[in-house]
Design a protein around this ligand. Sequence first.
Ligand SMILES: [Zn+2]
Length: 66
Amino acid sequence: MEWYVKQRLEPDPRVDADVERSCTSKQQYKDEEDAHVHALMNGMGDVLFSYECRYCGFWHLTRRPN
Ligand SMILES: [Zn+2]
């Protein structure tokens, strides 16, 4: 879906709403290590991986695909 994001020149309020919902419903971590430590504490170090959110600038944890 990269092409879609790049071609989106005008702010789309529907997308913004989705981003706001996902960012606020997910825990936000200040950096990669902070996110990883929390995954380990939850015993989810092998299940979750961290990524830097391009929308809010914090790090989130998400399940590894498959
Ligand atoms: Zn976010």
